[in-house]
Design a protein around this ligand. Structure first.
Ligand SMILES: Cc1ncc(C[n+]2csc(CCOP(=O)(O)OP(=O)(O)O)c2C)c(N)n1
Ligand SMILES: [Mg+2]
Length: 279
């Protein structure tokens, strides 16, 4: 894997990925903007530093598995994978096109390195728990890392998965929560309050780390600690939906909307200005 060790290089890569997301969505003319932009730093840290993976051998049996349970934010995963060398960057322009490998929600049938077909909320988390249990039964050493979202915790099946992971003491399972406080039609606290999330996970016999999901040092430290946990662990990553684009930040209206041409131009100019300030 192409490893980036310096925080500056990670920040530059995350900025590149945010620009990719804007270009892909504008070209597709539909899709989700806020979630992918919010998770660009986490995905950069995963693909360019902490996950064990090899784009040249994408299905190697000892790879860490990454399940994107909130499948609708897949543009961020596609951009990170392209930049990491899984496929040519120009293929990003096929997002959401008929027959593309890069469907609007991840399709393992179209592209096996995506690990699972997700998007139906509450299912990827269950798949991840099953994969972690299977890996333990097979005495495998890889980790199962599952990205889940706050809105996904409205689903009963999410809590069944959490409960099962606690029972089986799945110390090879790491959840990373996209805690952006928004969902499809409002702020999570108004639609379906989730707090106290930390206490709930602890009650299910999980370890919990809470971080700022835009701080690379915190992300890297948290995943390193998570790999040493003796229980299933969740990293609650507080992130800003729409991060990096002023008119999208903290606006749930951007949950499932793509920028038009003019909005994309404005977004890219802000990201390019931000890039110049990266030290
Ligand atoms: C089982 C299921 N029910 C409903 C939906 C429709 N849906 C798509 S995204 C979403 C909101 C989920 O919240 P979150 O993942 O926190 O959204 P974001 O932070 O990206 O805005 C909903 C209800 C779905 N994908 N799956
Ligand atoms: Mg959310």
């Amino acid at each position: 894997m192409k490893k980036l060790d310096s925080i500056k290089d990670l920040k530059l890569m995350a900025n590149t990925i945010r620009q990719d997301i804007i270009r892909m969505l504008a070209r597709a003319g539909s899709g989700h903007s806020a979630g992918p932009l919010g998770m660009a730093d986490v995905f950069t840290a995963l693909y360019f530093n902490v996950l064990k993976h090899d784009p040249k051998k994408p299905l190697a049996s000892n790879r860490d598995r990454l399940i994107l349970s909130n499948g609708h934010i897949c543009p961020v995963r596609y951009a990170a994978m392209a930049r990491a060398g899984y496929f040519p960057v120009k293929e990003l322009s096929t997002l959401r096109k008929y027959r593309s490998r890069l469907q609007g929600h991840p399709s393992r049938r179209n592209f096996p390195p995506l690990e699972a077909a997700t998007g139906s909320l509450g299912q990827g988390v269950c798949i991840a728990v099953g994969m972690a249990l299977a890996a333990k039964l097979d005495k495998k050493k890889h980790f199962i890392c599952c990205i889940t979202s706050d809105g996904e915790h409205d689903e009963g099946s999410t809590w069944e998965a959490v409960n099962a992971a606690g029972k089986y003491k799945l110390d090879n399972l790491i959840f990373i929560l996209d805690r952006n406080h928004i969902q499809i039609c409002g702020f999570t606290k108004n639609v379906w309050p989730l707090e106290p999330l930390k206490a709930k996970y602890k009650a299910f016999n999980w370890n919990v780390i809470v971080i700022n999901g835009h701080d690379f040092r915190q992300i890297l430290d948290a995943v390193k600690k998570a790999k040493k946990s003796k229980k299933p662990i969740i990293i609650i990553a507080n992130v800003i939906p729409g991060k990096g684009v002023s008119f999208m930040e903290n606006k749930y209206e951007w949950h499932g909307k793509a920028p038009d041409e003019k909005q994309a131009e404005q977004a890219l100019s802000e990201l390019i200005q931000e890039r110049a300030k990266i030290r």
